[in-house]
Design a protein around this ligand. Structure first.
Ligand SMILES: Nc1ncnc2c1ncn2[C@@H]1O[C@H](COP(=O)(O)OP(=O)(O)OP(=O)(O)O)[C@@H](O)[C@H]1O
Ligand SMILES: [Mg+2]
Length: 511
């Protein structure tokens, strides 16, 4: 008898429904067709054991399973449950009246228990779009799928429960989540707070500007100056995520199977990969493409601590996604795209020994060593970082000062206000939401300078020998400074402050 069951395949952050047709007939043999990969081909062993251990079996007949669309590559073990239920229905071992109303997925263990799948959220989104009644999946993924409303989500621990549901009409417990409430409940902030940082008023100001305009920032300073400490506190002053952003970020984390019990991710991600990271782990890829750290940081912060320690080519592959805010991975038969709109925060010592032009430095580096060290971070990468700032250690009397600095909550209020101005400014645009994202045309429109400011910027550009890209960066940062002040127009004082945040151009470190 021919029966149909439904599963789903995830490409990038979108899912496509996969139809599984199972036909059981006289004869012998087990044939699986429709571009399945090895993990799926091996599924019959897992399915056979799981069924047997629950009192069922793969019948000794001719079984043909066709997975379509045929040109879509299907991978992984998440179709075990789909196939198993299809075989049971097709061989009349269970009743299956409503089978076609559900999406059924899960990896089987030999005893019939279920292992979690990847991509439950995008699959659920698609299932709702296509009008399925419900989604049956491993209980570990139920919360993540239930973020989608108007789709019945049933988390199960064992194939037995699915069999009894279809065959005996036993009830499955539905996972119901009020997405809005869940979002508000998860809208927490990290425990690190700017009030822990003593002194460093100038750096805190810089980080406030960076947060307000979504600007990439690099902190340069000797060991122990507090760079790592400061960077870790950046998420605490970013404006709260919107529900839309939370859904986007959760989708990506769902694709790598990292959502599970957290449900909706409503806290901006802060990812801090080690400098030994590979290209693929950073930007994504692999023969079965998976998103990398830059996509897992989507709508949050990617922190590259000790930037020059990263392999040069690793930093090079990041350049394009930094500009495009998404990464496209091409394979012979398909391409996938992952969003990657993140704030880059980097830190570095000014030299391999850790110091620069410091007569009291305990370690000094030769000019050749310095050159080699700095050449790792190419000019074009640095050009994509709007704010460069030097961090000098705070003197002892400030460190031992008991007074608490301004809290992250207070800073965040100003940041959020400045962001609101930007949201309004760009409300017509689909792709641009804050100042750092402005293209050249928008910069010309929103950063109009009077004659005095123009002259000031021109002199600075010439004296510091800045590139055209640096010019745009300065204008964008000036716009953010003006927004923090609530100023309509960018003026000379905004420009002069923004020029100060190009340390690496000024010092001529990179020749
Ligand atoms: N302004 C500060 N206020 C309070 N504590 C500070 C401050 N600056 C540094 N510290 C203390 O010094 C420690 C070292 O700082 P941190 O690790 O952030 O330095 P770093 O600049 O990242 O150094 P490295 O280059 O060695 O990585 C911090 O954990 C913190 O305890
Ligand atoms: Mg550090």
């Amino acid at each position: 008898m021919l029966k149909k069951v439904f599963g789903s395949a995830v490409f990038g952050v979108e899912a496509t429904t996969v139809t599984v047709e199972v036909n059981t007939d006289k004869g012998v043999g087990y044939h699986l067709v429709g571009l399945p990969d090895n993990a799926i081909k091996e599924s019959n062993f897992r399915i056979a054991a799981a069924l047997q251990n629950n009192g069922y079996r793969i019948p000794g007949k001719k079984i043909i399973i066709n997975m379509s669309p045929a040109d879509l590559r299907k991978e992984g073990s998440a179709y075990d449950l789909t196939l198993a239920i299809g075989i049971l229905a097709s061989s009349d071992q269970i009743k299956a009246e409503d089978l076609e109303k559900y999406l059924i997925m899960g990896e089987l263990s030999l005893d019939g228990s279920l292992q979690p799948i990847k991509g439950a959220l995008p699959i659920a989104v698609k299932a709702r779009e296509e009008g399925y009644k419900g989604f049956i999946l491993p209980s570990q993924n139920a919360k993540e799928a239930a973020i989608v409303n108007d789709l019945e989500v049933y988390g199960v621990d064992n194939i037995r429960q699915v069999i009894d549901y279809f065959d005996k009409g036993e009830v499955l417990e539905q996972t119901i989540i009020d997405t809005r409430k869940e979002f508000e409940k998860n809208l927490n902030y990290p425990e690190f707070d700017f009030s822990d940082v003593k002194g460093q008023e100038g750096i805190k100001r810089c980080m406030e500007i960076a947060a307000a305009g979504g600007h990439n920032i690099i902190l340069i300073g000797p060991p122990g100056a507090g760079k790592t400490m400061l960077a870790k506190r950046l998420p605490s002053i970013l404006p709260p995520m919107t529900l839309h952003e939370a859904l986007e970020t959760t989708k990506i984390h769902s694709v790598v199977g990292r959502v599970k019990d957290t449900g909706l991710i409503a806290q901006r991600p802060f990812r801090s990969p080690h400098h030994t990271i590979s290209n693929v782990a950073l930007v994504g890829g692999g023969s079965y493409p998976q998103p990398g750290e830059i996509s897992l940081s989507h709508n949050g912060v990617l922190f590259l601590d000790e930037l020059p320690e990263f392999k040069r080519e690793v930093l090079e592959v990041m350049r394009q996604p930094l500009e495009d805010r998404e990464v496209t991975i091409s394979r012979a038969k398909f391409t996938v795209t992952y969003p990657s709109s993140f704030m880059l925060v980097a830190s570095m010592n000014p030299s391999p020994g850790g110091y620069f032009n410091d007569p009291d430095a305990p370690v000094t580096s030769s000019p050749a060593e310095m050159q080699r060290y700095l050449s790792k971070i190419s000019g074009p990468l640095l050009d994509r970082i709007d704010i460069h700032i030097e961090v000098t250690p705070v003197p002892f009397d400030k460190l031992s000062d008991d007074r608490k600095g301004e809290t992250s909550v207070e800073i965040r209020k100003r940041v959020t206000k400045a962001r609101e101005i930007q949201t309004k400014r760009f409300e017509e645009s689909e792709t641009v939401h804050y100042n750092a994202q402005m293209n050249t045309k928008q910069i010309r429109k929103h950063c109009v300078l009077d004659e005095g400011s123009k002259a000031l910027l021109k002199t600075a550009m010439e004296r510091l020998n800045l590139s055209a890209r640096a010019y745009d960066r300065i204008l964008k940062v000036s716009r953010t400074i003006a927004d923090l002040e609530g100023a309509e127009a960018v003026n000379g004082s905004h420009i002069s402050e923004a020029i100060q945040y190009r340390s690496l151009d000024r010092e001529g470190w990179l020749g």
